[in-house]
Design a protein around this ligand. Structure first.
Ligand SMILES: [Zn+2]
Length: 531
């Protein structure tokens, strides 16, 4: 007595965004063996496996499948079992053919484990249509597929597995364990440092100022370096600075306590590609998934800092151009003479040495510097806001194409449903003797080709839709938001300066070279917007 197992990994599996392991060969095999082992009636059967790796169900070339059918014709096996119909058949007409005619003719019992189908239960009946209908319901309605993917994600999440494509800042993917995070030796100390400052009572702005002075990379710059070529954050300059936004973001991430947080957003499905934020109460939080960078207590304490509305407190030591001015010749920080009646800056080197190119004895009046630099910064902020506005207009246009994509997808869904119905009725007409077999076969092939074309189109559109919503999720908006806030503020502050200006070189005669952190970025944005 022989039992055949048919296992197939299809091309479609690879296209799934989250490749479901349950579809892999090993898992299919394990599932089938578990099924056989748990049914005494199969004891004593000799098992032979037939495996097609990577052949699409619609592709005619399934060498192992062909071999198996040939062998069944010779009566080599009594039972065939597979995971589900979609592994086995190219389409429901084929299911009908096999279940109603071919298998009974071969005297083969056919079991599809996940469909709960066992041909023994239908002995003597013509249950082909019933099964066909069930198959249509399961395989042609896209929600089945997305549901499957969602189920896998959910189950991974509930097992405390990290399923994001990229690790969150502060962590990296564990090379030894899939879906597991370990602290990133480079970024984790920065995260810890930020929490330490918050716990020491610093406001978010003060933390940002400190970080900018120490100049560690920002999360987006780090991301650029760690994942070059990745589209994410591509709107953000690698020079982007620490600010209330990215510091606050880090202080708010519960993941640093070792917990995994998920289901924060709901994907509304293909008809509506936007995600919607869920109430925090509905988030799934699973503690102790990876090593903690901060304790739960520390995290809760830090939340009070996040909630505190951080006013740009301008203390006496926090003067407008603090840590920005450098001598254009020697590069030293210009020293500020705050005791003088008119506060001025000068290069210390020139103070002590006269044989230097530095502007010897030149006093740069603070008021003058502030006026010139502020004016320049405001001009740049306006430029940034303006670029963002134009960028947004472009995005609006893209949104149009997003709607087109959604519509195309619905059209495909509808087409597939209609096609499925048409194929069933063609089959019914043939079964009822209203059409000849030849006519039926022609119609079947025509409809099959049409369905194939629609099916081929679908993943491409889904991909486009996905990448489109990703591009729109850019940090340029965040930068422009900051610029807008600054422009509305009563006065500029040192923190605002530090956020946009890297350094200012001062030369004799008060010639200034202002190094903006976003100058490259702006150029790029302008380029994109104008093109
Ligand atoms: Zn100098």
């Amino acid at each position: 007595m022989t039992l055949y197992m048919y296992i197939r990994l299809s091309d479609a599996d690879k296209d799934l965004k989250f490749k479901t392991e349950s579809e892999s060969i090993a898992n299919q095999r394990a599932l089938l063996h578990r099924f056989v082992d748990s049914h005494n009636e199969f004891a004593g059967y000799e098992i032979t496996e037939f495996i097609d790796d990577g052949y699409s169900g619609t592709n005619a070339a399934r060498p192992s499948f062909e071999r198996m059918i040939e062998s069944l014709k010779n009566g080599d096996a009594q039972i065939v079992i597979c995971k589900d119909f979609s592994r086995f058949f190219r389409d429901y007409v084929e299911i009908g053919d096999y279940l109603e005619r071919i298998f009974p003719f071969f005297g083969v019992r056919f079991i599809s484990v996940n469909d709960g189908y066992d041909s023994d239960e239908y002995k003597g009946t013509t249950a082909g249509m019933e099964v066909v209908m069930k198959y249509i319901v399961y395989s042609y309605y896209s929600r089945d597929l997305s549901q499957k993917v969602k189920t896998v994600i959910k189950s991974k999440v509930s097992h405390g597995e990290y399923i994001g494509s990229f690790p969150p800042y502060g962590y990296k993917k564990d090379p030894d364990k899939k879906h597991h995070l370990i602290p990133d030796p480079e970024a984790a100390p920065v995260v810890r440092h930020i929490f330490d400052m918050a716990l020491a009572g610093k406001t978010i702005s003060q933390i940002a100022i400190t970080l900018n002075e120490e100049h560690p990379e920002t999360p987006s710059a780090y991301f650029h370096r760690a994942f070059p070529g990745c589209g994410r954050f591509k709107m953000t300059s690698a020079e982007n600075c620490w600010n209330n936004m990215n510091v606050g973001e880090i202080l708010k991430r519960r993941i640093y306590t070792g917990a995994l947080v998920s289901q924060t957003k709901v994907w509304k499905g293909l008809d509506n590609p936007h995600t919607v934020k869920k109430d925090e109460a509905d988030w799934i939080i699973i503690p102790h998934c990876q090593d903690a960078i901060v304790s739960d207590d520390e995290f809760e304490q830090a939340q009070s800092v996040v909630r505190k509305v951080s006013k740009y407190d301008r203390s006496a030591s926090d003067y407008l151009l603090r840590s920005l001015l450098h001598c254009g010749v020697c590069g030293r920080t210009l020293s500020r003479n705050s005791r003088a009646k008119t506060i001025y800056y000068m290069c210390d080197k020139s103070k002590h040495k006269s044989d230097t190119q530095c502007p010897v004895g030149e006093k740069f009046i603070e008021k003058e510097l502030e006026r010139v630099i502020s004016a320049d910064l405001i001009e740049k902020l306006n430029l940034l806001v303006d670029s963002e506005r134009r960028m947004r207009e472009t995005a609006e246009k893209l949104k149009g194409s997003e709607e087109n994509l959604s519509q195309s997808l619905s059209r495909i869904e509808r087409g597939l449903k209609q096609n499925a119905v048409a194929r069933v009725s063609a089959y019914e007409r043939y079964s009822d003797g209203q059409t000849t077999r030849d006519m039926f076969l022609i119609e079947r092939d025509k409809l099959a080709a049409e369905a194939q074309q629609l099916t081929d189109e679908k993943p491409k559109l889904e991909q486009e839709l996905m990448s489109l919503s990703q591009t729109q999720d850019s940090e340029l908006t965040a930068m422009a938001d900051t610029a807008r806030t600054y422009l509305k503020a009563e006065a500029l502050t040192n923190q605002m300066m530090l956020c946009f200006i890297d350094r200012i070189d001062v030369y004799s005669g008060m010639r200034l070279h202002i190094h903006y952190r976003f100058s490259d970025e702006l150029a790029k944005v302008l380029e994109i917007v104008e093109s």
